[in-house]
Design a protein around this ligand. Structure first.
Ligand SMILES: [Zn+2]
Ligand SMILES: [Zn+2]
Length: 358
């Protein structure tokens, strides 16, 4: 049986440039209905805060990761999200490959943060892209980063005001160039997996006479999240549950859900054939072709992609079944109409259909 846990993997607290304590972050996560939050403060790993937090009969697993980058770089770039290394790694930020090797040696996972981030010069926000594409040893990409998407809209003061007062209008989908990069990496045989993150800070902003909190945590935790699927339920024991969640993230058993238009809980993408089955992140081989299936929590527009190209679409559908003899890397994108436009709602991780061999 499959169990689903929704959470956020990119969150700042007061230990870096966020605007809340760990307990306040956890409370916001609980209020938004999340099951886990991993804090990723800049160049500092906080020991001793990992554990469950509770609200009524709900619980949330709070874990500390780290966002590591080389502070001496100008311009800034190459932010790396690190989970479960459980040691301070910021001293290795100067060499991304050494850093990635150390994450692996520590049993941790690494995702390239906001890989295509662009500058917003009107607001003195520098670009923070990933540029070191020759490195290896990372688990995947932060395909969709809510703050990067917001930054991409900050071309003028009126635009900034519009989007800071209409946060529900910000999210439209992952940056196309990052999706293209991901498909290229997958096509080159690199099994990289996608996550979505808030990059939550709850930044207090002042635009002219107006003072307000930009994107409170509780709002962001209801927006771009990562939903993790596990074969066993979480137990309530921190050491067991962190391992269960992170093992699924390591192998790509997860999808990106934009939970603002509607909850994405319940999305599934699976493959079967010849008595075998596979889920996201897994390989399947079959003599007689493979049947791909997806199910949505409600009707929306579905796009099935093979090796980065659309092979079939379904309009206003809640599920599809598609049988194919063709090997390839299959993934699903779901679009939903919300606040006057079509927006990305769900991005699956891939299923790898490989040629039959004994
Ligand atoms: Zn960053
Ligand atoms: Zn960040």
């Amino acid at each position: 049986m499959t169990h689903e846990f929704a959470g956020n993997l990119h969150v700042h607290t007061r230990y870096s440039d966020g605007n809340a304590s760990h307990d306040e972050v956890a409370l916001a996560g609980l209020q938004a209905g999340l099951d886990f939050v991993v804090t990723t403060d800049h160049n500092i790993w906080i020991e001793g805060i990992d554990g469950y937090r509770y609200l009524g009969d709900r619980r949330l697993l709070l874990l500390a990761g780290e966002e590591v980058h080389d502070r001496s770089l100008h311009p800034q770039r190459n932010h790396l999200l690190v989970y479960e290394a459980r040691r301070e790694l910021s001293t290795l930020a100067g060499d991304p490959q050494t850093l990635l090797d150390s994450v692996q040696q520590s049993g941790g996972l690494a995702f390239l943060a906001h890989p295509s981030d662009q500058a917003a010069p009107r607001f003195r926000q520098p670009a923070l892209p990933w540029t070191e594409w020759n490195v290896s040893g990372y688990t995947g990409l932060e395909l969709w980063n809510f703050m990067t998407e917001f930054k991409s809209r900050l071309s003028s003061i009126p635009q900034a005001l519009y989007y800071s007062y209409r946060p529900t209008d910000v999210g439209r989908g992952p940056a196309p160039e990052v999706v293209t990069r991901w498909d290229q990496l997958l096509g080159a045989g690199k099994k990289t997996f996608a996550i979505g993150g808030a990059d939550a800070h709850a930044i207090p902003v002042r635009v002219g006479p107006l003072k307000r909190t930009l994107f409170p945590y509780a709002f962001l935790f209801g927006a771009v999240n990562t939903h993790v699927l596990t074969e066993v339920p979480l137990t309530g024991h921190v050491e067991d549950d962190r391992r269960i969640l992170m093992e699924s993230i390591r192998v790509g058993r997860m999808f990106i859900g934009y939970d603002l238009p509607a909850s994405t809980r319940g999305f599934r993408f699976t493959a079967g054939g010849d008595g075998r089955s596979a889920g996201m992140g897994e390989v399947i081989r079959s003599r007689f072709g493979v049947t791909l299936q997806a199910h949505l929590p409600q009707r929306a527009d579905i796009r099935l992609l093979r090796n980065g190209n659309t092979v079939k679409t379904w309009q206003d559908a809640q599920a599809f079944v598609y049988t194919t003899p063709d090997p390839g890397i299959y993934r699903v994108e779901v679009l939903i109409y919300y606040k006057g436009r079509t927006r990305t709602w769900i991005v699956s991780n891939p299923i790898f259909v490989e040629p039959w061999r004994r």
